[in-house]
Design a protein around this ligand. Structure first.
Ligand code: IPD
Ligand code: CA
Ligand code: CA
Length: 281
């Protein structure tokens, strides 16, 4: 009898621990949703001011005062509520590994060149991992007010509406998105894939391209990206039947810039049959 009682208490404790974990994750997710909305409002309130545009690695790699301010705001808010958590963020040198502990991956403005030149088609991206497992993510198209959120144990939604999982069609009925430079040189046979599809679109923002896949408007997006560019999409896509992988179909390293694609798992092989290493014309 004593043994049965001990087992019961152990099971009860385990259940309580799981419930507590679930409650903490839910409140973290709610906090993240409110955070990206606040950050988006900050951008809208200040985007007409002097953006103090600077270049980084090349004349077309831009950063503005708002990229830095939004990142600082997100990092400060996260660490003030969750001081034990770590951060991997684009601007500056915060580079925590998603593999260890509770880690937030931040791209404060994805599509900075669109932001500077067009004041639209840019987004805030946030992804949250625990020991390498994606728990939830957000892509917030600030100007449209469209928030893609969920992943892990949470349904993937566009604002309040759950998004459907991938539905197969012939390749020729789908549009794809791609990196303009790779297309021009037919790197990896990307132009060949484009010719087999209905057409190719170049949006100038990884976030906007991924969001269009999540909402069923595109089949795939093929490009070179850093971890903060693909972290959110990798979590959101998983629940809807997609995966973000390297062009040879391997898992991403979440450390370096890699040639990546987001593909529906069901059509990965067909898409990959067009992608072969061909760096020359
Ligand atoms: C860039 C955009 C762009 C992609 C680049 C990214 P950023 O992000 O997503 O579409 O082609 O590789 O670096 O710099 O605007 O955050
Ligand atoms: Ca950015
Ligand atoms: Ca980016």
């Amino acid at each position: 009898k004593q043994l049965v009682a001990i087992r019961f208490i152990e099971q009860f404790r385990l259940l309580r621990k799981k419930e507590k974990g679930r409650f903490l994750l839910e409140s973290k997710f709610e906090f993240a949703k409110s955070l990206v909305k606040q950050a988006g409002q900050y951008i809208l309130d200040h985007m007409e001011e002097d953006l103090q545009i600077e270049t980084k690695s090349s004349p077309t790699d831009l950063v503005t005062r708002l990229d830095k301010e939004v990142q600082d705001f997100l990092v400060d808010q996260i660490l003030s509520l969750y001081p034990q958590d770590s951060i991997c963020a684009e601007e500056g040198c915060l580079r925590a590994s998603v593999k260890e502990g509770a880690v937030w991956v931040i791209d404060p403005i994805d599509g900075t060149n669109n932001f500077v030149a067009q004041q639209e088609d840019f987004a805030i991206m946030l992804a949250y991992f625990e020991n390498g497992q994606g728990q939830f993510a957000l892509i917030y198209d600030v100007v449209k007010g469209d928030c893609y959120h969920g992943g892990g144990a949470f349904p993937v939604c566009l604002n309040e509406s759950p998004l459907p999982t991938f539905k197969r069609k012939p390749l020729g009925d789908f549009l794809i998105a791609a990196n303009a430079g790779m297309l021009e040189k037919n790197e990896w046979g990307l132009a060949d894939l484009g010719r087999a599809a209905l057409g190719v679109r170049v949006y100038g923002s990884a976030a906007i391209s991924f969001a269009k896949i999540l909402s069923g408007c595109l089949l795939t997006y093929v490009t070179y990206l850093q971890p903060w560019d693909y972290a959110a999409a990798s979590i959101l896509g998983e629940s809807l039947g997609y995966k973000v992988v390297t062009l040879s179909g391997q898992a991403l390293d979440f450390k370096t810039r890699q040639a990546v694609m987001m593909v529906p798992v069901e059509m990965r092989e067909e898409i990959q049959s067009y992608l072969y290493e061909r760096k020359e014309n």
